[in-house]
Design a binder for this molecule. Structure first.
Ligand code: VG1
Ligand code: CO
Length: 543
């Protein structure tokens, strides 16, 4: 089969956002669009030559075509071996793990995460580098520059790889190994958690419900929760990955997993309910009558992780993205360990994890994970919770109450204003940025501003600096208002407003975050003037 060099014309929009390149499927289907981006990676990151490349995706529409293209291009660009999940499936954390396990040069993860799938939906690619982490800012900037001038790409013509049969195939000089997508990941989980104890917990009658939302975690949950841990088959729902995610929106939060919220407030509630997103890196945790916010989940796991076998030697440190509530900071202080605050996006945790400065990381956007991989990991968080419940004998609700009694409670909510014009969203940011320098010392409602700035992060390991990572108005330990523009959307601009309020006496402000945060929401409107500047009276999504 001939290797062909195809002339192409550059596209100007191949700039990666918070987590890779994400566009409408129709954009990816333009002639040479995908090929251009992949060739850009092969050109810029020459370390893939002669190495192993991990390839997989979340199973969405266009996944298979993209994988066939990627394999044919890898063979034409000197890659020694491609390892691909059977059927083209690999969850994001499993792919990151495989990069590490196989000492690969990198990996292509075809996913637009939780964004809707299907011919009218979104597609995307996350490029992860050796070591398993997402391409850092510097590399994505170089990729973007190169993508603007690319004029040719290389591909093996007429390649015909069978993605459904587990075996090793050959394409020119390259080997293509089709593997079971769950096996290595399941083995890793068994080194971290006490499967005997968890099995016992289930055998004693504790109940589980995991919703894979017709996305990639179905096969993983089936193997681990049902086959290895002995949960009944009905414990895993929507387990079959579908190209359009069954028309659903696999974004595990209070809106798109509302049915789980209703379930835990009904008499049929399981002891633990959970869900993951399209590519398996997000998680949502609920117990009987209670939703655990991601920031709380991070803090509670930090407080108990040491009880689990993979973490018995303790946590080296923790890290959270800037908008994530500061609950974990208090646990870190009590444990006497480092606590890092990074910009939004998992790539910023990679150096801390590699350097052994953090064991546990989390984001308010339903992302939690540990040093076992270099991505957030939805199923890992679910297993960690099961193991903590089994080890402590507590219910989710009791564990939360106990935690808040000891550390106090951070009420948290995120308001998203979707599909704004770039000008409107930018206008809100500019206005607040302009006001920020004069805010310190001003009083709003019961809170006084202690600091207001545009978050800038200096990586403590490589010294790289990331600027413009979100505006924050801090009211000491008592509250925070954070505002930033999303880097994962594919339609217009999305403005995210994050509200955090701390109360040291648990339950003094009641159970419901909405009521506790209402006065802070009013302060945020005074500060950011979103209604006035965008004409939007209310957010599109509240999570
Ligand atoms: C969002 C989240 C961020 C997360 C990113 C990728 O980014 O806020 O915390 O890391 O999605 O997650 P943004 O820029 O839209 O706020 V995933 O599961 O979509 O890969
Ligand atoms: Co995701």
């Amino acid at each position: 089969m001939p290797i062909r060099e195809v002339s192409t014309r550059a596209y100007a929009d191949q700039k990666s956002g918070t987590a890779g390149l994400r566009k409408k499927v129709a954009v990816f289907q333009q002639p040479h669009y995908l090929e251009n981006f992949l060739q850009t990676i092969f050109d810029v990151d020459t370390s893939l030559r002669g190495k192993t490349l991990i390839v997989g995706g979340d199973g969405r529409y266009f996944n298979r075509e993209a994988i066939h293209t990627a394999i044919a291009m890898a063979a034409a660009n000197g890659v020694a071996r491609v390892v691909v999940g059977q059927g083209g499936l690999l969850s994001t954390p499993a792919a990151s793990h495989l990069i590490r396990l196989r000492n690969a040069g990198g990996g292509f993860l075809f996913t637009a995460s939780h964004n809707p799938a299907g011919p009218d939906g979104d597609f995307g690619i996350k490029y992860n580098v050796a070591g398993g982490g997402q391409a850092a800012e510097g590399l994505t900037a170089r990729l973007y520059e190169h993508s603007k001038t690319i004029a040719r790409y290389r591909i093996v013509e007429g390649a015909n790889i069978d993605l459904d049969r587990r075996c090793t195939q050959r394409l020119e000089e390259m080997e293509v190994e089709v593997i079971d997508c769950v096996e290595d990941y399941a083995a890793l989980m068994q080194t971290l958690f006490d499967f005997d104890r968890m099995r016992d917990w289930i055998r004693k009658g504790h109940s589980l419900r995991f919703d894979a939302m017709h996305a990639v975690t179905g096969p993983y949950a089936q193997r681990i929760l049902v086959e290895l841990l002995g949960a009944p088959a009905a414990a895993v729902q929507n387990a079959c990955p579908l190209e359009d995610f069954g028309g659903g929106h696999p974004d595990p939060n209070l809106i798109y997993a509302r049915h789980l919220v209703d379930l835990v407030h009904s008499p049929a509630s399981p002891d633990l309910a959970a869900a993951s997103d399209g590519d398996g890196d997000r998680n949502m945790i609920l117990g009987r009558g209670i939703f655990i916010s991601p920031g709380d989940s991070l803090a509670m796991l930090a407080a108990h992780l040491q009880k689990l076998p993979g973490y018995a030697s303790g946590l080296k440190g923790v890290a959270r993205s800037m908008p994530t509530c500061r609950a974990v900071d208090r646990v870190a202080q009590a444990l006497g360990i480092e606590c890092h605050e990074t910009p939004t996006g998992w790539k910023f945790f990679a150096n801390l994890l590699d350097a052994g400065r953090a064991t546990l990381c989390g984001e308010e956007s339903f992302g939690t994970s540990s040093s076992h991989t270099r991505e957030k990991d939805g199923l890992w968080a679910v297993l960690a919770w099961i193991n903590v419940l089994a080890a402590t004998g507590l219910s989710v609700g009791d564990l939360a109450q106990q935690h808040w009694r000891r550390f106090g409670r951070h009420y948290f909510v995120r308001h998203d204003y979707e599909s704004l014009s770039a000008a409107a969203a930018g206008g809100v940011m500019q206005a607040l940025a302009a006001a920020a320098p004069g805010l310190a010392g001003r009083r709003y409602d019961r809170w006084t501003v202690s600091a207001a700035d545009d978050f800038e992060y200096r990586d403590p390991i490589d010294g790289s600096i990331a600027v413009n990572q979100g505006l924050r108005v801090v009211f000491g330990d008592a509250a925070r208002v954070v505002l930033r523009i999303s880097g994962t959307g594919t339609e217009g601009a999305t403005l995210r407003l994050y509200l955090e309020r701390y109360e040291s006496a648990a339950d003094a402000l009641g159970w419901e975050p909405t009521a506790a945060l209402a006065p802070l929401a009013a302060v945020a409107e005074q500060l950011a003037r979103i209604a006035e500047l965008t004409g939007r009276k209310a957010p599109s999504v509240i999570t």
